[in-house]
Write a protein that binds this ligand. Structure first.
Ligand code: HEC
Ligand code: HEC
Length: 221
């Protein structure tokens, strides 16, 4: 019995390995790198950020939840209402800003290909990111909203479910399904570590505030 388990474990291991290798080939075949940066490091000048067509994927394995990836790359939706770099899409209409046409993700993989590509993307991890940092606890919704809406005005840039918000960056709707909480913690704490010239707010949050916010964001499924 033990031996059988060991053998089937090995099979699963090989199947997983083969899938990730297939996934890498599929990323090449479907030309994901025409729009996405698949290899680090991140760009280091504002001019290069302005030229960005699509989000960086070279640390996808640290950033995303695998289940979300599998669904998204079969049927992508709009996550950034103002496009990847909103300054490239904003039109001034009288004194009202409107968003012009934004580029959508071109990925339209079959379910099988999506599993393989997700396996491959999940291997793209940043070895420096600490894991097990996020402590799941009771979601203190009212307090989190106090901090994020009243005190820090995260909604100047991000959309909150039902509340609305800015269009210049990813929506918080469904963010808990999308993102790995340890990555959220790291990104909110130090966005420039991931993307040196990104216009995400840099604040000096203590651990308790980061846990409060990431617990709330993780609950937005
Ligand atoms: C024509 C350009 C283009 C191509 C080709 C493309 N994408 Fe995208 N992708 C985008 C854009 C633009 C977005 C951002 C969409 C948004 O935020 O609304 C995106 C978003 C994504 C995201 C979410 C990233 C994040 O940080 O939110 C993933 C994952 C993704 N694409 C995977 C893929 C994969 C896998 C392929 C190849 C099979 C691919 N894309 C091909 C343009 C492209
Ligand atoms: C000045 C605008 C701005 C403000 C204010 C802002 N952010 Fe951001 N945020 C950004 C940008 C830009 C990104 C990354 C854009 C991208 O991935 O395309 C980002 C990304 C994020 C992400 C990752 C989202 C994702 O889906 O990839 C989280 C989490 C986040 N911000 C949390 C916060 C929190 C919490 C606050 C308030 C304390 C906040 N942000 C305030 C601009 C802002």
């Amino acid at each position: 019995m033990k031996r059988l388990l060991a053998i089937s474990g090995l099979l699963v291991f090989f199947a997983g390995g083969a899938l990730a290798a297939d996934g890498k080939a599929l990323v090449g075949k479907f030309k994901c790198a025409d729009c996405h940066k698949m290899q680090g490091p991140a760009v280091k000048t504002i001019a290069d950020v302005m030229k960005r067509k699509a989000p960086d994927l070279f640390y996808a394995g640290s950033k995303f939840n695998r289940d979300w990836l599998v669904k998204y790359i079969q049927n992508p939706t709009k996550l950034r209402p103002g496009g990847v770099v909103y300054l490239n899409h904003i039109k001034l209409d009288g004194d009202q800003d409107t968003v012009g046409k934004v580029l959508k993700c071109a990925s339209k993989l079959s379910a099988g290909d999506a599993e393989a590509v997700a396996d491959y993307l999940m291997t793209l991890k940043d070895p420096d990111m600490k894991t097990g940092v996020f402590k799941p606890g009771k979601v203190k919704k009212a307090r989190a909203k106090m901090v994020m809406l009243k005190k820090e005005a995260c909604n100047a840039c991000h959309m909150f479910p039902k509340k609305g918000g800015g269009v210049s960056c990813p929506t918080f709707e469904g963010i808990g399904s999308r993102l790995n909480p340890d990555w959220m913690y790291s990104f909110i704490k130090n966005p420039r570590k991931w993307d040196p010239k990104i216009w995400m707010a840099v604040r000096d949050f203590d651990d308790a505030t980061l846990q409060l916010m990431v617990n709330y964001l993780s609950s937005l499924k």
